[in-house]
Design a binder for this molecule. Sequence first.
Ligand code: SF4
Length: 62
Amino acid sequence: MKGFVDKDTCIGCGLCAGVCPDIFEMDDNGKAVGSESEIEEKLMDDAKEAEAGCPVSAITLE
Ligand code: SF4
């Protein structure tokens, strides 16, 4: 499973990168980007928290 960000929807609040920095980071345009790597089991709770916490539901885990 990986974390994907819809850049058109992302408002750059930074929540996901704060909650789950191993999977999400902010790019040079101030938008979040998901890691190319598979999400490790130990990071799944944080990844789900980021998905649930995104104020504009821009994150998909699949
Ligand atoms: S939590 Fe959502 S809106 Fe905020 S930076 Fe991450 S993807 Fe963008």
